[in-house]
Structure formats: structure tokens, C-alpha cells
Design a protein around this ligand. Sequence first.
Ligand SMILES: Nc1ncnc2c1ncn2[C@@H]1O[C@H](COP(=O)(O)OP(=O)(O)OP(=O)(O)O)[C@@H](O)[C@H]1O
Length: 312
Amino acid sequence: MAGDMVDAAELTKCYRGKATPAVDGVSFEINEGETVGLLGPNGAGKTTLMKMICGVTPPTSGRIRVLGRDPVEDPVVTKHGIGAMHQSGPYDQMLSGLDNLKIATRFRGLSWRETEPWAMEVAAYLGLTDALQRLVFQLSGGQRQRLQLVRALLTIPRLLVLDEPSAGLDVAGRHQVERFVHWLRAEHGVTVLWTSHHIDEIERNCQRVLVISQGRVLRFAQPRELIREFGGSGLVVTTADQVAAKVVAEWADGAGYLATVDDTEVRIANAGDHDVLPALVRHCSDAGVAISSFGTVTDSLEQVFLRMTEKG
Ligand SMILES: Nc1ncnc2c1ncn2[C@@H]1O[C@H](COP(=O)(O)OP(=O)(O)OP(=O)(O)O)[C@@H](O)[C@H]1O
């Protein structure tokens, strides 16, 4: 059913002393089983929006429902329905990772005996079994980040909220987290709301993307729809040598295109339709320089995001 997981209507959050709202009249729906990416530049309101979904902070106005309930007023939702991994965790640095998990379990009103098998399975998957015995201050940034994910998953949530889950992780760690979330979704039907400044991560993993800027929704659509709507395709021209590359780049500049040169390769933005090519080939022939090959490249979600938020 549409919006059965999250239903936000005209959601607004104004912080005291701030002239403009952090979240400003945002409406959207998330369906059960979806993985939704939340993208926005720094300060766009992503964390504030996630906090309202998790019931951590109440909206100033508007309405938010998670699983049909008000997340601020209904602790059942926040304690059992939502697993949230926030950017920083209130750890006791002088206790082990394991003891921190036990405290979090108690805080959520759960029994460690019942929680332990699943929590240890998650920790093992994330390569944390040994690290859990060490004091938190002895863990690396990447291990602490993965410990946050275990803590968000003390139960199998209906909705998993991930606020920059890959911050501080190396490439292997990022892929491990991605594989794990994919498995959760496939095996347990967990709905995921995922924010990241690694836009390739969102493009790989999310079915729809909510793009916000200055607290407002710019667009909520599938990555490929965003690329179709806001993206362009560029021309990649490989030349015989750097002199030829310079000739191509100067011609592109003169024709009003943005050209970037990497050794003998020239990328000409928004010139993917082949109308450009005959004029370029003619120019190169007149100038006596050779083109070795050419092809087209389509914008990535990252390029589309930059374009959308620059307009923002
Ligand atoms: N507790 C707070 N009190 C006052 N202002 C706040 C508070 N939390 C956030 N803000 C402000 O609200 C706006 C949105 O902040 P928020 O953290 O939600 O953005 P964000 O998109 O998550 O940013 P980032 O990508 O940098 O983490 C910013 O202008 C920020 O300064």
C-alpha cells in the first residue's frame, strides 16, 4: 500500500534562533520493502528529517506517520519498529563494544538473552566478533562505525534508517555494509531509508531517491528517471597526441561546450548527440590533427545531483 511505511505531509521543523526552517513543508511516502536514498547538500535537512521519522525530535508543524503511527507519541514504533544508525553514537568509551550493546539492549527494554544470538550474527557478518571484546576507545573509526550498525540492528527492524553508514569506512567496509543491507532487505523485507554523501552508493542500492535542498523536496524519483530528466550525455574524444587534444578542446570551448582534457582524451559535456561530431571532425581535418576514436558517456547520479542542487 502506498505510504504504508512512512507518510509525511507538510512536515516542517524550525529550530529556535534560526531564521529559516531546517525542514520546510516536506511531503513524501515510503512503501514497505523499498530502499529509499535521501540526498542533499550539507545542511539540507537530512538528519533533521530522519530524526523526525525516528521520533527523536517532534515536528514544528505537519504530520509524520511511521507504520501508521506517530513516532513521537508511540514508543513501540521507535523501540521495535525502527532501527536507526545515526552519525555519532553515545558510547561509553571505557566499556567494551559488547557491554555497550548490552546497555543499548536494556535501554530499549529488550532482553539480552533473546537479543544475543541475532546481535552476534550481525557482528560476525560485519567482522566484529573479536573487536566486541575491546574497549570502545581502542577500536578504529571503521570498527566503531560498524558497531553503530550492530546497535541499530538489535532486533530485525521493519524500517532501518541509515545516516551516512559508510562514513569513515574503507572501500571493502563500504561494500560489506552494502551487501549486508541488501541481504536484510532480501531475506527479511526490511525497508531502508539511506543517506550518504557517497552518491554512487545511493545509485547502486536505492530504488527511489528523495532529493532535498534547503529543507525542501526537489524531486522524489528512481535514479534512472532523475538521470533521464536532469542528466545529459557527453562526448569522449581520444586524439593522437596532446596537441590534437588541445585543438579539440579549444574548438569545443569556442562552440560553447565545457571541455576537460586528460592527456590525449577530451570530454565534452552535454555534446552526446552526434550533431556535434561532423563539425568537430571537419575542424580537425582542416587543422591537420587526428581523432583516434570517440564515444558517448551518460551522466552519473552524482553529476545529476550536482546539477539539481546548484539550481536548488
Ligand atoms: N539542534 C539544532 N539546533 C539548531 N539548528 C540545527 C540543529 N540541528 C540542525 N540545525 C540546523 O538545521 C539545518 C539542517 O541541518 P541537518 O543536520 O538536518 O542537515 P544535513 O542535511 O543532515 O547536513 P549534513 O549533510 O551536513 O549532515 C542546518 O542549518 C543546521 O545548522
